[in-house]
Design a protein around this ligand. Structure first.
Ligand SMILES: [Zn+2]
Length: 190
């Protein structure tokens, strides 16, 4: 058995800039923690926003904190298509040239020019964990799952940072396709 990491399945969510947060929730608004996430310093918020595309709406998409430099909406391919958005697969933070969407909050709305992506699947590791796993930051590996839908996902990006906790992030499409849910273990294969 090789090095294994637990899986975290990401449902659709968004990260907001302070400016967009204030447009949607009111001047001076600050995010309210709903639940800490497994990556240190990251949290799910009480705040939810409607995401509107050309063909439909996802109501009440959860905001994750803290605020970021730019707003980013992370949808699965299924979620994006269902509201008529053809979103690219991107690493988090890389939103240049991606499609936008209309965001509606309790205090206002904004028409995003860009920011809707399907997150590139990735594995967060600390430096020690990366050493143990024999992988480096920005390397692509495969991740193998057992079970009735045994699957090997290729092109899984390694992201190494002292502040991370060892975890593979997949979206709901990827989790469903491999029949794995949060807490399942995947084996890193090179
Ligand atoms: Zn992640």
């Amino acid at each position: 058995m090789g090095y294994t990491v637990p899986v975290g399945i990401s449902n659709k969510h968004m990260h907001l800039s302070q400016a967009d947060l204030e447009t949607l929730f009111g001047k001076g608004h600050e995010l309210t923690v709903f639940k800490e996430l497994s990556q240190p310093g990251q949290y799910a918020c009480e705040e939810k926003v409607d995401v509107i595309g050309p063909k439909g709406t996802h109501k009440g998409v959860r905001v994750l904190g803290p605020v970021r430099a730019s707003t980013q909406i992370e949808l699965s391919m299924t979620d994006a298509r269902s509201i008529g958005i053809n979103a690219p697969i991107r690493e988090s933070g890389d939103v240049a040239g991606s499609p936008g969407a209309k965001l509606v909050g309790p205090a206002g709305e904004t028409e995003l020019k860009e920011g809707v992506i399907v997150a590139l699947r990735h594995i967060h590791l600390t430096e020690d964990e990366a050493k143990d796993a024999g992988v480096k930051d920005k390397e692509f590996v495969s991740l193998k799952f057992d079970g009735p839908r045994a699957t090997v996902y290729e092109q899984v990006l390694i992201r190494v940072n002292v502040n991370y906790a060892g975890e593979c992030h997949l979206d709901t499409d990827e989790g469903n396709a491999a029949f794995v849910s949060t807490g399942a273990k995947g084996e890193i294969v090179k």
